[in-house]
Design a protein around this ligand. Structure first.
Ligand code: ATP
Ligand code: MG
Length: 425
């Protein structure tokens, strides 16, 4: 036998059984954001490498070590998108969506990062994201957070996620704080681990979210970001908190929350769960007022978030919150004899036309009565429609109930429609 080729490590297939869960999740996401008036945007999976270097930042985990970057046949450096925000801004700028306009957009699709695959962390994963442009006030920060809170409600997992919130202030305030933090870290350099020492000069704020308990203990005495916030950012943050309070959305202010990407300012937030082990962040976002300009557009305020769909689906499965999954077939049509086998798909077509939403699976591959009924039983269907030569001649079919103890009945084709209508729910 020929050797089988395996999938690329960290890139998963999604099989029937699980695809239904994904479809349901995707439907809920689409419906919910539509109820806020957001519109979908689609953009390519491959972009110029420079786009991510310039936006996410050279000294970030993503750009330093996680990107799938390659040279194409023309010698251009391209990258499989590791996230959507930068691409959305690129597309917005390029298509004239952003200048002097307000946009409320969403996207969904695969992202690629070369990380160590483990539960909740893959090399191809999927994000659902929302990006808004053109609104500087905290009402829109509150709106996107409220939207995420509604999503958890829709999925039935509100009690398993909690919101962490912080403000990074203006770029100037952040730069000031950065200096104060570096001065502090330099004084305690011998107590830092290698990772933190490296970050101390390249991206010092990232030291704040070090997982090392000793580094964390040291940070208890470090200068605080909140002490360096500019007045406008303070007011913005207070307004956001007031709005969340008014809407009954609970949150914890986490002063160490800085997010790994360079483009954020003011609001940053994460929804975290204890249900997934180490990969506890299901959704993360914030404000990025400088990014549009940084990527060549006119200065445009922006705020958004991205949600990891694998982590969401894992949570739904583990917490048994998947809910009901629609049957793949309601009816299985079996045919006895050559004539009936020709007529079966014709009748099935008519049923699909007449009974909206009905899922009709027609037996294929021949075989005797027993074999066909076995297939019917194996399918999801609740009833089998049996077409025999005699019944066909009279315009009738036999309905056999597959999942309940009920006598089979023979009815006219007109009657069967009414009977099947009840199965589509
Ligand atoms: P983490 O700290 O877990 O690496 P991140 O800060 O790199 O997350 P973001 O870039 O903010 O993540 O992406 C938003 C969301 O996308 C994350 O909260 C997570 O749910 C999901 N995500 C990120 N990387 C992966 C991955 N490699 N596999 C699966 N989901 C991911
Ligand atoms: Mg990461």
């Amino acid at each position: 036998m020929a050797k089988q080729i395996q999938a690329v490590r960290g890139m998963n297939d999604c099989l029937p059984g699980t695809t239904q869960i994904w479809q349901k999740v995707e439907d809920t996401l689409r419906k919910t954001v539509a109820s806020y008036g957001y519109q979908e945007i689609r953009f390519p999976i491959v972009e110029s490498t420079d786009l991510f270097k310039r936006s996410i930042g050279e000294v970030t985990d993503i750009v330093e070590k996680e990107m799938y970057t390659f040279e194409d046949r023309s010698g251009d450096s391209l990258t499989l998108r590791p996230e959507g925000t930068a691409v959305c801004v690129r597309a917005g700028n390029e298509n004239g969506l952003l200048y002097n306009q307000e946009q409320r957009l969403w996207y969904m699709g695969p992202m690629f990062r070369h990380e160590r695959p483990q539960k909740g962390r893959y090399r191809q994963f999927h994000q659902f994201g929302v990006e808004t442009f053109g609104i500087a006030s905290a009402d829109i920060d509150a709106e996107v957070i409220l939207m995420t809170a509604r999503l958890w409600k829709e999925f039935g997992i509100s009690q398993y996620v909690r919101l962490e919130l912080n403000s990074l202030g203006s770029n100037e305030a952040r730069a000031q704080y950065r200096d104060a933090l570096v001065a502090f870290l330099e004084q305690h350099e011998e107590q830092l681990d290698e990772d933190s020492k490296r970050r101390m000069h390249s991206n010092p704020l990232r030291v704040l979210d070090s997982k090392n308990p000793e580094v964390q203990a040291l940070l208890a005495d470090a200068p605080k970001l909140s002490e360096h916030l500019d007045d406008e950012s303070k007011a913005h943050f207070a307004n956001l908190c007031e709005r969340l309070d008014a809407a009954g959305v609970e949150y914890q202010v986490n002063e160490k929350l800085v997010r790994g990407l360079d483009y954020y300012n003011r609001t940053v937030f994460e929804w975290v769960t204890e249900s997934l082990g180490a990969q506890g962040t299901v959704c993360a976002g914030g404000r990025y007022d400088g990014l549009v300009e940084q990527l060549g557009g006119k200065a445009t305020p922006a705020v958004g978030f991205a949600m990891g769909l694998e982590r969401l689906v894992l949570m739904l499965q583990e917490l048994e919150c998947v809910g009901q999954i629609r049957r793949s077939a309601d009816v299985y049509v079996a045919a006895m004899g050559d004539k009936a086998s020709i007529q079966a798909p014709v009748i099935a077509e008519q049923l699909r036309t007449d009974v909206s939403g009905l899922r009709v699976m027609v037996h294929a591959g021949g075989g005797n009565f027993k074999k066909q009924l076995k297939r019917a039983d194996k399918s999801d269907a609740l009833v089998a429609l049996i077409l025999g030569e005699d019944e066909l001649a009279e315009g009738k079919v036999t309905v056999k109930y597959l999942r309940e103890q009920k006598e089979q009945i023979t009815v006219s084709l007109a009657e069967v429609k009414t009977l099947l209508q009840a199965l589509t729910v």
